[in-house]
Design a protein. Structure first.
Length: 318
């Protein structure tokens, strides 16, 4: 066991963004949330958090942006409304050996893009602070703490592929080892997740649509993912929030059409958007599509999934 003297003074952790390969949304619940049934896929676009011990017990955060971001990092809160800060606070409450900590976040997942970037920050902060403080929690125990931070945080801890029920917090890992290749197109704006859900409710009310109170997952989706069958998966991609995202941001429809014309097997709005995920047949196909979409002036990045969950990315330094 580490002694306090030998304990690490900084820990760096990477955690993945995700796409919703399938997302079905039930009606509003009494608590204001919506029941969902979703297939989460972690992809190879990672947030990074460097946690460094500081004197006292305060928690501070800085943010810098790299890679494919759709909004400036300056738009991210640096107070306790930041999910990473809240994650460190929750862990400190149950960690007798906690110290002050500086969280330096490097963002690569689109901000307010429907890919769970803030949740990945929180997952990375939990794992980093656990190692920094020698708290000794298991991954399952950290996931239980993470539930209080939002449904996407436990998934960012475990990564891979999973079915999410309830509000997304009831996770069941799914077998999916063969990589699937995607091209992400980000936008220069974000969409508010609560606003997208409210818009979906309004659309359903307007159109007289009665949502399934207990949405489920098409087993064929999990079968195609288990087999790494991109052609079989393409017609099964589904997102109940897509219509609402398109109503709030009509330009997304043009991007979807551009991707299909450029040869994508299928395209889907990721979560609440506005990031769009295009499914491709192979890594080579993804690279070609990325170039074609970039030539159309779009912010395109090729990724693959499933990707690993939150992971310490360097040996702690004393």
């Amino acid at each position: 066991m580490r002694t306090d003297f030998a304990r690490a003074r900084s820990v760096r952790v990477k955690a993945p963004g995700k796409i919703n390969v399938s997302l079905k949304v039930g009606p509003p619940r009494e608590d204001g949330y919506h029941g969902i049934a979703s297939v989460f896929l972690a992809v190879s676009l990672y947030e990074e958090v460097l946690a460094t011990e500081t004197p006292g017990h305060g928690i501070s955060v800085t943010v810098n942006g790299q890679g494919t971001l759709n909004l400036p990092a300056a738009s991210i809160p640096l107070d306790r409304s930041n999910l990473a800060v809240r994650a460190a606070e929750l862990l400190a409450e149950v960690s007798p050996g906690h110290t002050g900590v500086q969280l330096d976040i490097t963002k690569r997942v689109p901000i307010a893009g429907g890919m769970g970037g803030g949740s990945a920050d929180a997952a990375a902060a939990l794992l980093a602070c656990d190692a920094l403080w020698g708290s000794g929690f298991s991954r399952d125990e950290l996931a239980k703490i993470a539930v209080d931070l939002g449904a996407d945080v436990p998934f960012a801890l475990v990564g891979g592929t999973a079915v999410g029920l309830g509000v997304g917090d009831q996770l069941t890992p799914a077998i999916s080892k063969t990589p699937l290749h995607w091209v992400l197109v980000t936008s220069d704006y974000g969409l508010s997740t609560p606003e997208v859900y409210r818009t979906l409710d309004a659309i359903r009310l307007r159109d007289g649509v009665e949502p399934d109170p207990r949405p489920g997952i098409d087993p064929a989706i999990l079968g195609a993912m288990r087999a790494g069958d991109a052609l079989g998966l393409a017609p099964l991609l589904h997102n109940d929030l897509q219509q609402a995202a398109l109503e709030l941001a009509p330009a997304l429809g043009d991007i979807l059409e551009t991707g299909r014309t450029a040869g994508a097997l299928a395209g889907i709005v990721s979560g609440s958007g506005p990031t769009i995920a295009f499914l491709t047949q192979s890594s080579g196909h993804a690279a070609e599509l990325e170039v074609l979409l970039a030539s159309e002036g779009l912010q395109a990045t090729s990724v693959h999934g499933p990707a690993h969950g939150a992971r310490i990315s360097q040996d702690p330094q004393g």
